[in-house]
Design a protein around this ligand. Structure first.
Ligand code: AMP
Ligand code: MG
Length: 318
């Protein structure tokens, strides 16, 4: 990656930003909450690049940004509580965790393999213009390196990510300056993360109290745990060759019937991870085992190894 362009908040800037997204590049853009680090949510490589640019040590699921309800309904299903909240608060600083539709086309890296997806319709006019110009779902966490403060100005984005992303669309300071409130709406409403929209406002619309649920990252109930994609077959890590009855997933010089990346490219490996977990599970069958080649503990290797260690850990009781 070379220099990061600053794009003006005009038609030329919006068109350029949309073209970059269409080419699988990353563009930071303003929303009413904070600046988001956007990439095409359907592209495994673009989403892998988001994790790489942020230096995230794990695959936390990302929020998908869409321009309107019609676009949301192509990707996810809305229960009665979700519908009431969308009518009251969208567009705005509310993220809903919704069941993912079959064939939604969303990369499994966006949802970290979950069968739910976090979605938001931002109110910021520039975010709206970009989403309409791009015409597809945009995955966007906050546009800051992992562990740093969320950016509310284009200059903050550049401080943290210059040289790591293609461009930032400069829309001036963000109005809310707090992250979106995240809610799992149905069947019973759960507040997963407090944010720019108050709990009281949500409860007034729903006519019932919200339960408080974890930090939204760790599965907090057995139901959520079950939806976390984990292979059936047992997993062995740091394998350099397959033992009897094992499907070896290679990386770089370690060759198996499957590979995360023949060339040892960590972005490609991250992009393929969830697909390879599924494919290896299918090949291993009910009695087989899966072995993974060693992945270096650098860059995206941290997040890949974190995910593999979770998948290899003894299964929690049902
Ligand atoms: P950020 O992108 O930095 O605003 O963080 C996104 C937040 O949304 C994280 O805390 C995620 O854990 C949460 N999130 C995204 N998708 C889901 C999901 N499917 N289920 C639960 N929480 C989610
Ligand atoms: Mg963040």
């Amino acid at each position: 990656m070379h220099s990061t362009a600053t794009l003006a908040a005009d038609q030329a800037g919006i068109t350029r930003a949309a073209d970059l997204l269409a080419g699988g590049e990353l563009v930071a853009f303003p929303t009413e909450t904070v600046y988001g680090l956007g990439g095409d949510a359907r592209s495994d490589i673009a989403v892998a690049r988001i994790y790489e640019a942020k230096g995230r040590p794990s695959f936390n699921p990302l929020i998908v940004h869409l321009p309107d309800l019609a676009a949301v309904e192509k990707i996810a299903t809305l229960g009665p509580n979700a519908r009431a909240l969308t009518q009251a608060f969208w567009p705005g600083p509310l993220t809903l965790v919704l069941p993912l539709r079959e064939g939604s086309g969303i990369s499994p890296l966006v949802t970290a393999g979950l069968d739910t997806v976090a979605i938001r319709i931002p109110a910021h006019p520039l975010a709206q213009a970009l989403l309409r110009a791009f015409g597809g779902p945009v995955a966007a966490p906050s546009a800051n390196p992992s562990g740093r403060i969320s950016p509310t100005r284009a200059a903050h984005v550049l401080d943290g990510l210059t040289g790591r992303i293609a461009a930032v669309l400069d829309g001036g300071p963000c109005a809310v300056g707090l992250e979106s409130t995240i809610v799992l709406a149905d069947p019973d409403p759960v507040l997963l993360r407090p944010g720019g929209l108050s709990r009281e406002a949500l409860e007034a619309t729903l006519g019932q109290p919200l339960t408080l649920g974890g930090d939204g990252v760790k599965p907090t109930s057995p139901g959520q745990l079950a939806s976390h994609y984990a292979p059936n077959a047992t997993l062995r890590l740091n394998a350099t060759r397959a033992e009897a009855n094992e499907v070896l997933v290679g990386f770089g010089p370690v060759i198996g019937p499957l590979t995360l990346s023949e060339t040892g490219d960590l972005i490609e490996a991250a992009a393929r991870l969830f697909h390879m977990l599924r494919e290896a599970d299918r090949l291993a069958g009910p009695t087989g085992r899966i072995a993974f080649a060693p992945i270096p503990e650098t860059g995206l290797g941290l997040a890949i190894n974190d995910r593999l260690r979770r998948a290899a850990a003894p299964k929690d009781s049902p």
